[in-house]
Design a protein around this ligand. Structure first.
Ligand SMILES: *Cc1c(COP(=O)(O)O)cnc(C)c1O
Length: 396
């Protein structure tokens, strides 16, 4: 290998700390150390030869470690500002593995309008293992404090929440958690580290469904976790290996490929989402619009303190389940589907899709009404998206 590649990496004199957009491209493993290849190789191997039986190799078996996955894990740790990153087969694999930090008899405090799959995991699966959860409105600090029990071990937050986009004050809850010896965990799927870095606000563990904005192309299912410190990182690593919830090499590569454009995609989609929310809020045939960037959003001030943007997801209530179904059948541009955070816009119907696993009365209590739609704004022209939604609303 020529020297020029080396000096580019080594770099003297010292450069100032990289800005986030630069870290997205220059994250440490962007150039293959062995060959100079412009992307990390896909190490499609389950096992690794022991050249010297007295000195075991760095990688020995791909459940325990794989160089492609490792590059991704280091990448997300850099982006979130944490000590260690871990990659999982899905967002739910990251979340369920993290919950294995807890034991029978433990209690957790959880955002009430948490992702439907997290709700199902807690209420139907972990409950069988005697891990108990109390769901609270995290915008109500008194309610969070009141949920504390002697056996409480963690606070699990999701902000903005899904799909009603309520904002939790991350640094306040993280500080309270620390004072009470609780772990603080955040599902950061909606904001991504581009807009929000919870570890910098005192949070212990950040989780992602990387299937969404991080991957960004609706073509890979993946989950990521980032631990604030080394000991927590080691505990999660132990669980990842022990449970076998790892992400494969091909998907690790594809996810990195998607993540490199995170900044460009988020910035574009957010400008469009602001326009869409503004347009919706001026219509009189819409009952409610939920977007943290709207001046009347109750969490806007906190959002502006802890994030650098409002994200690309807008929820709105068209009045009834009947009308919601009409709109879904009449839009021509967005994908009508579960999921969010992709290059294409995705219109979803929480009551029948992401939150179908929540009983109807619980759903209604949490503001997930039958007329609620969730629009994840993609990279299309916003004028086209609005024109399409306008014709669908007019005819519904
Ligand atoms: C999609 C999603 C999940 C689950 O992730 P999968 O990759 O589908 O397993 C968890 N949390 C949030 C906020 C999500 O949107």
């Amino acid at each position: 290998m020529s020297d020029s590649g080396q000096s580019q990496q080594g770099g003297s004199p010292e450069l100032p700390a990289k800005k986030f957009d630069t870290k997205l491209i220059h994250f440490g493993n962007e150039v293959d150390a062995a060959t100079g290849a412009s992307s990390v190789p896909i190490y499609q191997a389950s096992t690794f030869h022991h050249h010297d039986i007295f000195n075991p190799p760095e990688y020995d078996y791909s459940r325990s470690g794989n160089p492609t996955r490792q590059a991704l894990e280091d990448y997300i740790a850099v982006l979130e500002g944490g000590s260690r990153g871990l990659a999982f087969a899905s967002g739910m694999a990251a979340i369920s593995t993290t919950f294995m930090l807890f034991s029978a008899g433990d209690h957790l405090i959880v955002t009430e309008d948490v992702y439907g799959g997290t709700y199902r995991l807690l209420t139907n699966i972990l409950s069988r293992m005697n891990i108990e959860a109390t769901f609270v409105d995290m915008t109500d600090f008194a309610a969070v404090q009141a949920a504390l029990k002697p056996n409480t071990k963690a606070v699990f937050m999701e902000t903005p929440s899904n799909p009603t986009l309520k904002i939790t004050d991350l640094s306040m809850i993280a500080k309270w958690a620390q004072e009470n010896d609780l772990l603080s965990i955040v599902d950061n799927t909606f904001m991504t580290p581009y807009y929000q870095r919870p570890i910098e606000l005192g949070v212990d563990i950040v989780l992602h469904s990387a299937t969404k904005f991080l991957g960004g192309h609706s073509d890979v299912l993946a989950g990521l976790a980032v631990a604030r410190n080394e000991s927590l990182g080691n505990r999660l690593k132990y669980l990842q290996n022990g449970l076998g919830t790892v992400l494969g090499a091909q998907d690790s590569w594809l996810l990195m490929r998607g993540m490199k454009t995170l900044g460009a995609r988020m910035a574009h989609s957010e400008i469009s989402a602001r326009k869409l929310a503004d347009w919706l809020s001026r219509r009189d045939d819409i009952d409610a619009v939920f977007y943290p960037g709207l001046p009347e959003h109750p969490g806007r001030e906190i959002q502006e303190r802890q994030s650098t943007g409002y994200g690309a997801v807008v929820s709105f209530d068209v009045g009834s389940g009947e009308r919601a179904k009409q709109v879904l059948s009449k839009v021509r541009l967005p994908l009508v589907a579960v999921s969010l955070g992709a290059v294409e816009s995705i219109l979803s119907y929480p009551a029948m899709m992401s939150h179908a696993s929540m009983p109807q009365e619980v759903r209604h209590e949490r503001g997930i009404t039958d007329g609620l739609l969730r629009f994840s704004v993609g990279l299309e022209d916003i004028g086209d998206l609005i024109a399409d939604l306008e014709q669908a609303l007019k005819n519904s």
